[in-house]
Design a binder for this molecule. Structure first.
Ligand code: GAL
Length: 651
């Protein structure tokens, strides 16, 4: 393998060194470079290997992953930008991308489509007079799988000015008003469970502790404890009206909650909880899961209905016992105890497996052991199973519907025969339009996409494409566009704050609320900061997610870069998200925030263009929890770049 070090760049820049100063791309602040997967690396590929393209290694440069972009302030003092570009050999033949260099919104240079194995191309771009320079890697039009893109030996030749990266991350700002100290019931007025199976429900009430709970109308077999946790077994099917009352030093509140006792009446509203994957990845441990459960209570999240503590991949051993039973690896010394402790707090616990012989992380899957595994989960006290396709088949191959469904049906039967209610989460990335049939194989939720990561490219491409699945949701059966990427995430022991800007995080939670997506927090719960907590504890926003009518959300493109997502709520009002999406691959300049200081846009929208009847509506801002008055046929708002205004409209 040849190695290219300093000779080439010296030659490339030789003609300029006397005119200006050279600044290397790899020495800049790469926290400002956005990637569609993982994080950018100086002098390494995105996977951390030496930068290598078409058999040639390069000493310096930046390894990234499409869609990737970075904005650089040149202050009009640039002369040339030079770099070689290509797909890193580590993808072993996979991936297609296109590299672009933009200056003050104009495309200055583009590589054309590049495939893995193509020799590096040279960008040699005149940047005289340019104030802001954008470096962009697009996905080549075929999603961003394996798009490991390298900027090799990238350098700026500058005239007496040090170029700096424009950071997109702005200061977090909290919109959610603090909760009152007096008791306030949060969450839907509906819960459910099967007859003759254990029932567990922590009534979500915020307010100062200690708090006392009483309940009227509890069916035989159930009790409520001092923390407001209802548990027990009901033998008779029925619809029970419970009236729960909570009292503390600051006041008293009551709420009627309908308890539906009916076979498999679970997840009547989208599951809310935590999952280990987006923070710990395969480095999940029993302690980390237990800590997440504790934090769910201590940070007050349980008071808003957050209830599942889910273990993702990485708990399983790599060998079964001689009788075929599944066992945990050494990181999970006692699964029964973990479940017991989580249940003691009124929370529920989830687990993960695959219909294949191995999980995606290479641990034991459930192939040919479905019944045995389901029984073991029930024995441990598990309440939720995420069942991930992984080694069961190929993701690039087309199967028949029967083939897609077979493994999920098999586990469905095993789960439903258990002596516990177990929420069934299908994970097969949307293959065969799973949203059209997920309920037929007993799915309470089904992933509609590939994995999400903490970048705007990932969030927006997943979030804004879910209208396809929207008509299929119904109580007990939900579309799952993957887990939340707020807070400290990392897919391993090394965590970092989400790379989404605060406005992008408001977009994330608002979109997931409007789509009634399952809400699974993906960060380290012990490190929740006030901003992240405020995103997860806005009762009016969560109420949209938990709305019992389960009406499909509708997507309306308002104008280039702006979308409205609107849905009808159970009380006859409408939830409306107005989003300033900005970027589209057709307009590469939209990937960049060229106007850092003026990124918000005024919108004036005619209610009829949203499909609503002509007339006046009272408008409430759900994040701020304030009334904005009555709209006179038009709704006027200012929407932040990549952000949202989330409203409730009452006719
Ligand atoms: C992926 C799945 C992720 C995570 C991971 C575990 O297939 O989409 O959400 O579960 O496997 O290995």
């Amino acid at each position: 393998m040849r190695k290219v070090g300093l000779i080439l760049p010296v030659l490339l820049l030789a003609s300029y060194v006397l005119l200006g100063q050279v600044y290397r791309l790899d020495e800049m602040d790469l926290r400002g470079m956005e990637t569609g997967w993982s994080s950018p690396k100086a002098n390494k590929s995105v996977d951390g290997n030496p930068l290598t393209v078409a058999g040639i290694s390069y000493e310096y440069g930046v390894g990234t992953h499409s869609v990737s972009h970075m904005l650089v302030n040149l202050n009009g003092k640039g002369l040339r930008f030079e770099s070689l570009v290509g797909i890193d050999d580590e993808t072993q033949g996979k991936g297609t991308v296109e590299f672009l260099v933009l200056g003050d919104r104009r495309i200055l240079w583009r590589s054309g489509l590049m495939k893995a194995g193509d020799p590096a191309k040279e960008a040699d771009v005149d940047i005289t007079g340019i104030k802001l320079l954008g470096l962009l890697v697009l996905d080549g039009g075929d999603q961003n799988y394996w798009d490991h893109a390298d900027w090799l030996m990238g350098s700026f030749l500058m005239e007496s000015y040090k170029p700096s990266v424009v950071m997109s991350q702005r200061q977090p700002y909290i919109l959610t008003p603090p909760a009152p100290l007096s008791p306030r019931f949060n969450g839907p007025s509906l819960t459910g469970g099967s007859p003759k199976k254990p029932f567990l429900y922590r009534v979500p009430v915020s307010g100062k502790r200690p708090m006392a709970f009483t309940v009227k109308g509890l069916p035989k077999g159930l009790t409520i404890d001092k923390d407001g946790v209802i548990r027990g077994i009901v033998s008779k099917e029925g619809k029970y009206k419970l009236v729960v009352t909570a009292t503390n030093d600051h006041g008293k509140a009551s709420k009627e909650i309908t308890l539906v006792v009916k076979k498999d009446a679970i997840s009547l509203t989208p599951p809310m909880g935590w999952n280990s994957w987006n923070c710990w990845g395969l480095e999940v441990t029993q302690q980390r899961v237990a800590d997440a459960g504790r934090a769910m209570i201590e940070k007050g999240l349980a008071d808003y209905g957050w209830s599942y503590i889910n273990i993702d991949d990485g708990w399983e051993a790599d060998k079964r016992l001689t009788d075929g039973s599944i066992v945990c690896n050494e990181k999970f010394p006692d699964m029964s105890k973990l479940a017991k402790d989580i249940h003691a707090d009124g929370l529920k616990i989830g687990i993960y497996s695959s219909p294949g012989s191995l999980t995606c992380g290479g641990f034991l899957g459930s192939l040919d052991h479905e019944k045995q595994d389901a029984e073991m989960y029930a024995y441990w006290g598990i309440d939720y199973l995420k069942y991930d396709w992984c080694s069961y088949g190929e993701t690039s191959k087309k199967y028949t519907l029967e083939e897609y469904q077979a493994p999920y049906k098999k586990m469905e039967k095993a789960l439903r025969e258990c002596n516990r209610d177990i929420v069934y989460s299908l994970c097969q990335y949307g293959m065969g339009n799973v949203w059209e049939w997920g309920d037929k194989v007993g799915g309470n939720l089904w992933r509609t996409t590939g994995d999400i990561t903490d970048s705007w490219a990932s969030l927006s491409s997943i979030g804004f494409s879910q209208d396809k699945a929207a008509p299929y949701l119904k109580p007990g059966h939900w579309n799952d566009p993957d887990m939340l990427i707020v807070g400290n995430v990392g897919w391993s022991s090394s965590l970092h704050p989400t790379r989404l800007t605060p406005d992008e995080q408001y977009t994330h939670i608002s979109l997931w609320a409007l789509q009634q997506a399952p809400l699974l927090i993906g960060c380290d719960m012990t490190q929740l900061d006030d901003f992240t907590l405020s995103l997860l504890t806005n009762d009016e926003v969560l109420a949209v997610n938990q709305d019992i009518a389960a009406q499909p959300v509708k997507r309306i493109i308002l104008q280039q870069g702006f979308e409205a997502w609107i849905k009808k709520l159970a009380d006859g009002s409408w939830a409306l998200g107005l989003f300033y999406v900005g970027s589209t691959a057709d307009a590469p300049e939209d990937y960049f925030a060229w106007d850092q200081n003026d990124k918000a846009r005024e919108l004036s929208i005619d209610v009829q263009s949203l499909g609503l009847k002509k007339g006046d509506y009272s408008v409430r801002d759900l994040w701020r929890q304030t009334d904005l008055g009555v709209s006179k046929e038009k709704i006027n708002v200012k929407v932040p770049y990549h952000g949202v205004v989330l409203l409730k409209l009452k006719p």
